[in-house]
Design a protein around this ligand. Structure first.
Ligand SMILES: Cc1cc2nc3c(=O)[nH]c(=O)nc-3n(C[C@H](O)[C@H](O)[C@H](O)COP(=O)(O)OP(=O)(O)OC[C@H]3O[C@@H](n4cnc5c(N)ncnc54)[C@H](O)[C@@H]3O)c2cc1C
Length: 407
């Protein structure tokens, strides 16, 4: 395995995290093998997931040449809203303009994961140092002090050992590497699943902005705008744990739910829907020797607050820069322990804490507590100092600053 070290890095998974990692490594002259189970024929047929990209992530996308590809396909959204559905009114409007002194991108970009991976894959395929292997399944790995062997099954069914210095699992929540290393995925799963309905309808005519968090004691929701054609809005609703999936997703049930949310008296043009389970989990360790976890392989959380992919991309850049320095002999391998300390801290203290708080805020049933929470949100939005501190947290800039301070 000694020649392995010259072979550099194998990354499993061409999701947003694996692609950003591969690009960041290759752009610093580190050759990468990027293994992805999906093929050219079905790569774009993935269910809708992430889509809100925070300022700190936009800076990183810009650094690898991805931002310029995404902006024309997304919506620049400086504002976001909290609404009270129970009282049918806007609680607070937050403006990323407060972050003008903190970032070159004082807004979020509403641009769906599928567009991000499509554009990033094209960049990766065009890069001479990235060997993109589509339709190739990673199955297991071995390692010793010198290197790592990733076992993959090629599109023609043949097995191949890919020998490299390091392996990064950007495989998503079901990471084989995490399981093979015996690393606990600590946390819990919410009993209620979330329904996502995609609607071609302009909600702005009712006062909503591109991103809306809507609290309600019985049925909280989120409402997000995506660029078309056709322009679409995604509405999230909680569902009861014992509700049958088929009953939830019946067209008349979807229409009834939407009409309760916004009574228009006319059927909505529903262009998609799916039901998903939400987990709050963080891996007990982010690495075992030369095998390292990043993104959903290391942590998963509720999408309320749009932090999963964003924080995964932040993992990718942190890890890539450390791997580059280690492979150049500028840092010792224990720099990877700092990666774990920094990114695990962010996962626990920022991403998990904030997404759980967000859900609690939206779903709060006690009318007194709701009134207090809403009053606080309003005061925060109206005070420039408080608003900036709040936005530094929601946009994950604060999480990067806190991580930088960790030795
Ligand atoms: C409804 C919803 C909305 C969301 N909205 C947001 C949002 O607005 N903002 C945000 O930041 N996050 C959001 N998230 C979370 C976000 O989608 C994930 O955090 C993000 O996709 C994780 O990226 P990843 O690259 O780590 O993993 P994934 O996106 O899961 O990608 C993993 C890749 O690895 C491949 N793979 C897996 N196993 C193998 C194998 N054995 N061999 C080869 N390849 C393999 C998969 O095919 C896939 O391409 C949302 C999630 C949901 C469900």
């Amino acid at each position: 395995m000694s020649q392995a070290v010259g072979g550099r890095v194998v990354v499993i998974g061409a999701g947003p995290v694996g692609l950003c990692l591969a690009l960041r490594l290759a752009q610093q002259e580190v050759p990468v093998v990027l293994v992805e189970a999906l093929g050219a024929d079905n790569f774009l047929e993935q269910v809708p997931r992430a889509g809100t990209n925070h300022p700190a992530t936009l800076e990183l996308f810009d650094a690898i040449g991805l931002y310029a590809k995404l902006e024309p396909r997304g919506i620049v959204a400086p504002l976001f809203h909290y609404w009270d559905r129970h009282e049918n009114r806007l609680i607070a409007e937050f403006d990323h303009a407060h972050l003008r002194g903190d970032t070159t991108f004082p807004y979020v970009l509403q641009c769906e994961r599928i567009k991000i991976v499509e554009e990033a894959l094209a960049l990766a395929q065009a890069h001479p140092l990235i060997d993109v292997r589509l339709s190739t399944a990673f199955t297991s790995f071995d390692q010793n002090a010198d290197g790592i062997v990733a076992h993959v099954t090629n599109p023609d069914g043949t097995a191949e050992p890919v020998i490299r210095a390091y392996l990064v699992s950007a495989e998503g929540a079901r990471s084989i590497v995490r399981k093979d290393l015996g690393i606990e995925f600590e946390g819990f799963t919410y009993s209620d699943r979330t329904l996502n309905i995609e609607v071609a309808y302009d909600f702005r005519r009712h006062g909503y902005t591109e991103r809306n968090y809507i609290s309600d004691p019985t049925e909280w929701s989120n409402l997000f705008h995506w660029k078309g054609p056709p322009d679409r809005w995604r509405v999230h609703f909680p569902t009861a744990p014992d509700e049958d999936e088929e009953a939830i997703c019946r067209p008349e049930a979807l229409q009834a739910r939407l009409q309760r949310f916004l009574p228009t008296g006319k059927d909505f043009n529903i262009v998609g829907r799916n039901l998903y389970t939400v987990h709050q989990r963080v891996a007990q360790r982010f690495r075992g020797g030369r095998a390292i976890l990043a993104g959903d392989a290391a942590h998963v959380n509720s999408p309320i607050g749009a932090m999963g992919m964003n924080s995964g991309v932040h993992d990718a850049f942190n890890l890539a820069d450390k791997l580059v320095a280690i492979l150049r002999g500028e840092l010792a391998a224990d720099a990877l322990d700092r990666y774990e300390r920094q990114r695990r801290h962010v996962a626990l203290q920022h991403t998990q804490a904030q997404t759980m708080r967000n859900k609690k805020l939206l779903a709060e049933k006690d009318l007194g507590v709701r009134a207090r929470n809403h009053g606080e949100l309003r005061r925060t939005a109206e005070d420039p100092k408080l608003a900036r501190a709040f936005l530094l947290r929601t946009s994950l800039i604060q999480s990067l600053r806190d991580a930088e301070a960790i030795a």
